[in-house]
Design a protein around this ligand. Structure first.
Ligand code: FAQ
Length: 311
């Protein structure tokens, strides 16, 4: 290391300390964080859409209130994450532009449709469950603002996961038709939730770098494996099965063996060809355009206030 900042950076990483926004950091570290954190933020924001689809049709006032609160939590997570990403020197406008122009990715999972009320249970249980598995280690991310944001986000995600589990439990204790609805939702969300962890390690171009920098603490496959280990006993409590005939405990590895995952599906969805990609993007663009007057009014108000302060 030639630059004194670089030596300090390497030392901070090696000693498991944290990098703060004003610390020197390699450009590639900054770019990786902007990429991952902004895509994480976009996922939270786009992730509001599949669940919002059921707010007006939730089966009771209580369920509706809970779902509204959950969707608002996702908006909050998006906003924290945008703020944390701004500490790296990118503006909110630039990130928004990347999202609505399609230049930035967001999680594949939010491109699947929510066909029945049971999907809200399956999303909470499987999607928020996968999010927790992936994000708990991110609380120890070497970039401090990201790690700090993750602490609160994970607490809220745990709550979300329980509400999803409870929706499915209620359905599984209901009529045969409700049980079928719950099982059908689990069948449709299971594989896509495993794909949330990203491509297999051998095809994950960013993993080695991100792990060396202690942004990621575990590989995509390790976290996927941990997730399945968590799900299996919970599925037994619910009384649901997974659509994987090859899923079985491997005594030697002390982990579950999984059947083959259709990685071409993940590639298609990331490439924009998932069932709802076009719809999600169109909604996001419309919401952005509809919000233009709010941004203009806020900017005008801020300008007036600043001018008055100078008088
Ligand atoms: N979808 O080399 P890797 C939530 C991309 S949870 C789309 O392995 P990396 C909560 C990847 O970006 C969901 N793209 O990349 C919620 C990369 O492309 P790039 C959000 C994917 O970064 C619940 C390329 O493939 N969570 O929102 C996916 O080391 C309910 C190669 O992959 C996070 O974002 C995918 N599934 O590892 C909200 C967590 N997988 O960027 C509402 C933070 C991979 O080079 C309702 N992110 N790609 O152009 C991460 O942990 C990582 O970024 C991974 C990917 C693990 C997602």
């Amino acid at each position: 290391a030639t630059d004194p900042g670089e030596a300090l950076f390497e030392q901070l990483i090696a000693s498991d300390s944290r990098i703060e926004p004003r610390d020197w950091m390699p450009d590639a570290y900054r770019r990786t964080l902007i990429r991952q954190m902004s895509q994480h933020a976009h996922s939270e924001i786009i992730g509001m859409q599949p669940e919002a689809n059921w707010i007006s049709r939730a089966p009771s006032l209580k369920r509706k209130a809970i779902l509204m609160a959950k969707v608002q939590d996702e908006a909050g997570h998006g906003l924290y994450l945008y703020s944390a990403t701004q500490t790296l020197g990118i503006t909110r406008d630039e990130m928004t532009e990347q999202l609505i122009s399609g230049a930035a990715k967001y999680s594949s999972i939010f491109n699947y449709p929510t066909l029945s009320w049971a999907d809200i249970g399956a999303i909470g249980w499987l999607v928020d469950g996968a999010a927790i598995c992936n994000q708990v280690p991110l609380c120890r991310c070497s970039y401090a603002p990201y790690g700090r944001a993750m602490v609160r986000i994970c607490k809220e995600e745990s709550f979300h996961q329980r509400q999803g589990f409870e929706i499915l439990l209620t359905l599984m204790r209901g009529t045969p038709e409700q049980q079928r609805m719950a099982q059908d939702a689990v069948d449709r969300w299971y594989w896509p939730s495993l794909m949330m962890f990203g491509p297999p390690d051998a095809d994950s171009p960013n993993s080695a770098r991100s792990m060396a920098w202690k942004i990621k603490r575990f590989s995509n496959d390790e976290l996927r494996q941990r997730f399945v280990g968590m799900l299996v006993p919970q599925a037994a409590v619910l009384g649901v099965t997974f659509p994987d005939p090859d899923l079985r405990w491997n005594e030697e590895r002390q982990a579950y063996d999984l059947g083959p995952i259709d990685w071409s599906e993940l590639q298609r969805v990331i490439a924009g060809e998932g069932p709802c990609n076009a719809q999600r993007m169109q909604r996001r663009r419309e919401a952005h355009e509809d919000g233009a007057w709010v941004r203009e009014a806020a900017a005008a108000y801020a300008a007036t206030k600043a001018a008055r302060a100078q008088e």
